[in-house]
Design a protein around this ligand. Sequence first.
Ligand code: SF4
Length: 711
Amino acid sequence: MTETTGHHHTVSSICCYCGTGCGVEITTDGSRVLAVTGDGAHPANFGRLCSKGRTLGDTTGRPSARLLRPTLRLAKDEPAQEVSWDSALDAVSGKLADAIREHGPDSVGFYLSGQLLTEDYYLFNKLARGLVGTNNVDTNSRLCMSSAVTGYKLTLGADAPPACYDDFDHAECVLIAGSNMAFAHPVLFRRLEDAKAANPAMKIIVVDPRRTDTASIADLYLPVLPGTDVALFHGMLNVMIWEELIDRDYIAQHTEGFAVLKQRLQEFTPRAAAELCGISEQDLVTAARWFAQSAATLSCYTMGLNQYSNGSDKNAALIHLHLATGHIGRPGCGPFSLTGQPNAMGGREVGGLATALPGHREPGNAEHRAEVAALWGVPALPATPGLAAVELFEAAAEGKIKVLWIVCTNPAQSMPEQALVRAALEQVDCVIVQEAFNSSETLAYADIVLPAATWPEKDGTVTNSERRISRVRAALPAPGQAREDWRIADDVAQRLAATIAPERLPAFGFVDAAAVFAEHATTTAGRDLDYSALSYEVLEARGPQQWPFRDGHGTARLYGDGVFATASGRAQFVDVAWRTVSDKVSAHFPLRLTTGRLRDHWHTMSRTALVPTLTRHVEEPQLAMHPRDLQRQRLSSGDLVKVRNKRGTIYLPVVADDTLRPGVAFIAMHWGGAALGGQGINALTTRVGDPLSRQPELKHAAVAVEAARLP
Ligand code: SF4
């Protein structure tokens, strides 16, 4: 919505950082942002903003930080030249057409971002699958939430978080596992603090190898060893069974597979499970009792469950606790995966993953492919499985990807096993980087650079963690020649359609973001997320809405009727076996390194590093280690150390931190090679991932630490 007072215009939009999806009001004078305030009417935040949201205005109006014109380099060893948009778009279309003709459609890859708007995501997906003819379209959301997707699908039958933010106000017990909400979802965390203040009887259990700020409100803190959450959740369920705390009626009426899982759980006695996790048996028993005996239990979880090679197992094992106790589908209940990025959910809805198609369909399902092909007016969609993020870069390193189009993300810094990713980027014939900011380390590998518009210059929609779709509105024109992401995809698609096989011609030429949304919404008709009745007009008139949106209403909670999205309508207990991290500690690499976010930075800092007040929170990368580990190695806070493993080496100062358990070290994920003498933090992380979700184990790497001098 837009309001004009004198020379000032105020536009309602959404914060572009985390998946909380806070509403903001942006006031401009037509050329500059004058103020950004919280939108008191938005149900995600009711006017609140965190430090990042409050300073959004300081990140705008900085042309020196932006890419302003398309550039092109004709050969890898030649400098890039500024070119017109027509030349850049022709070059992209030509490179795609050549690759398709000479090497086939699967020689093309698209690597997208959970920071794109739904409309951007939808058009890139349509371009990749409907026109180019490849399922090689994946996203940086693969790195943060794909194990949550598989967890939901395995147990509940659909990629649909069943809970909502109102549940904080109704929960009697909240289990927070692998999530530093206080830093990563600060406004939600404030809501939880308020709920706890209003209901002092509420029990909060925090599970995390680090005693984070989130743990400061815990009634019970469980400092599990990295990667051991399955043992914790299995052990808790074992206790619930032995103490008759499960809801036998709910299990009998609404679930399948409990008997098989129960057999598995016999080995997870409280003592055995607690030993695997490195916590006290009594604490595990207490957690089980609080979870089961509460009138309403909510679980919140993020990367600490997802970014592991057993991420899907961890998600399923946690969801089991809700199914076994009937804590789902009621106010204050449910397993609630909090999305990290602002539109990871929207990307899942449009099929912006190699493993998804629009409307929560799957590319491996022939019926689903035929449905989308019919909607797009093409004879068929590609059946060859697509490459997920890590596989895409592995294929690129092997010379199998000839054109790689990277949009709104910085894989040279953010992907695990950085050396391999950088080698892959050097190997690709044509790397296209579509980006708003000029600080991305991936730009060094770009053959074609396409300058993109960014917040607050774009129109579209995003879906937040509670399935709520909100309008994102442009408040200012984009600087220089930067353009909206969806429009760039559309322009290339129209050119490419004219040069490749005429029988594969899905419709492009969208006039605006509303038209893209209208087409996308039709792909959800009849599906679990159905919001085919939503439009920009409805969002304008009724405000943000939660899917599914049927009979003129959004849906706050799912599965209240006990009917799940599985073939049988029953939720599934999965026989989850015990596995732990892939990168095990050894005599050579004895420390367990884990990674995470800081309160005031976002991803690779292209935006937050522009704001001095944010940078001041933590000014430089540091390795945090337990004081006992420092002492053992005769190190002191401030010493420069070398952190290494078989994948890479980085240099940074060390700091004593007793919020870690001994044997565990921590580095914030934000800094790249520029701050660390060449290689970034992801030089150390592993590309080994979860076999189901294909999400890499970014949260754990075995490393060695020693005193160092810069090389
Ligand atoms: Fe933005 Fe997330 Fe902070 Fe809300 S909580 S203001 S969405 S960063």
